[in-house]
Design a binder for this molecule. Structure first.
Ligand SMILES: *Cc1c(COP(=O)(O)O)cnc(C)c1O
Length: 389
């Protein structure tokens, strides 16, 4: 008999009752160090007092009123995102998948408005992940996500990740945009080289394409910059964000330059919930901290520290970890053993991690971790490796 919950997930037999900073607790008070952040979402840790306060205050005033009315905190969050990025404008939604979908629609609409409706195709990378809507799974291009859900939405071409020649060769008369994750997440924690991202900008300019980055996982401070693409000094036209932006409250945004958004006029797109007062309270509270003095530097410092310690681990346990890669606090261990088994053993020893791709153990610790959390995680990792050997 089918479970009451549609069985599209296969959850561990482990439930949490509460969270505090980098830790999760079960009802019987077992403690776990959370290096998943709910898949990159609770970036400021669990139950951060500033976010809790902001949400509690907003919850007693107004949750939702629809975009038929002015939402002052939405204006404020949009202005702050614009002031701290390449963007001139923001569309709010509730998830990463919707943020990417909005960007795809915007790219098509841009060329339509410019008198080129034939330009609707988007070049994407192999091994990409862009969400689960019909257009997003077509953009992701992974058989395991599209199988049985056909016909696949037309208009997405795939090229090997981080190969500029292959990408340039795929540009045709119908190409509208390039859609890339600056650091591939689900596909296996692969940072794109800076010169690749710079080459994408040059190709987009040369052929009149929009450059669209999916920063749903790597954005919002995760890599030690507000956006991952800042490391390469590249200016995109459209960026999708979600996950970390709400600190755990469902919130996504599609950010765009004035040029890219030129044809998104009144009525062209929408969302009932998107940008509601409760979500905006969460988003503004998250930005208070993310944009606070020295916060992103702290993320970069912790990222470097964890990276060095993981490199040491790989050197000492070659039979288990063969390589470390990533950027900031978005890190992946290439595993010589089945990555799921390693994740399960780590969980047994009190450390929560994720997998990515077929061979990678993924870590997305909260951005607020301190050196003591890195020490604790490394102790569990070393102990688990020794037990395995
Ligand atoms: C998680 C993710 C998405 C989808 O986000 P949802 O909130 O699950 O819809 C899209 N792109 C990337 C890069 C992601 O990591």
């Amino acid at each position: 008999m089918i479970s009451a919950i549609l069985p599209t997930y296969n959850p561990a037999d482990l439930a949490f009752e509460r969270g505090e900073g980098a830790y999760l607790f079960t009802a019987d008070d077992r403690r776990f160090l959370d290096f998943t952040s709910g898949i990159g979402v609770t970036s400021l840790g669990h139950a951060h007092p500033h976010i809790v306060k902001a949400l509690k205050e907003q919850a007693s005033k107004l949750w939702h009123c629809s975009n038929l009315y002015t939402i002052p905190d939405q204006q404020r969050l949009a202005e702050r995102l614009v002031a701290n990025s390449f963007a001139d404008t923001a569309f709010f939604c509730n998830s990463g998948g919707e943020a990417v979908e909005a960007g795809i629609k915007m790219a098509r609409r841009y060329h339509h408005g410019a008198g080129h409706p034939e330009r609707f195709r988007i070049i994407c990378a192999e091994n990409a992940f862009h969400g689960r809507t019909l257009a997003d799974i077509a953009a992701g291009g992974q058989e395991k996500h599209t199988q049985g859900f056909g016909p696949v939405v037309d208009g997405f071409d795939h090229v090997p990740f981080a190969n500029l020649n292959a990408l340039r060769a795929a540009i045709g008369e119908e190409t509208a945009a390039i859609l890339i994750e600056p650091v591939q997440g689900e596909g296996g924690i692969r940072p794109a080289p800076d010169d690749y991202l710079q080459g994408l900008r040059a190709a987009a300019d040369e052929f009149g394409l929009l450059l669209f980055f999916d920063e749903v996982q790597c954005g919002m401070g995760r890599t030690g910059r507000f956006f991952a693409h800042e490391w390469a000094g590249v200016t995109p036209d459209i960026v999708a964000v979600a996950k970390g932006i709400g600190g755990g409250f469902p919130l996504g945004a599609c950010l765009a330059s004035e040029k890219a958004a030129a044809s998104m006029d009144s009525g062209s797109h929408g969302s009932t919930y998107g940008g509601n007062p409760l979500a905006m309270a969460a988003g503004n509270a998250v930005l208070d901290i993310l944009l606070g003095d020295g916060f992103l530097d702290h993320v970069a410092t912790m990222g470097t520290l964890l990276r060095e310690r993981l490199d040491d681990l790989a050197t000492c346990h070659r039979g288990i970890v063969t390589d470390v890669r990533g950027l900031g606090l978005m890190l992946g261990l290439e595993c010589a053993v089945p990555n799921r088994d390693l994740m399960t053993k780590l969980r047994g020893n009190g450390l929560l991690t994720l997998t990515a791709g077929d061979h990678v153990l993924r870590m997305l610790p909260p951005l607020v971790i301190e050196e003591s959390h890195v020490d604790e995680a490394m102790e569990i990792l070393e102990k688990t490796c020794r037990e395995w050997e």
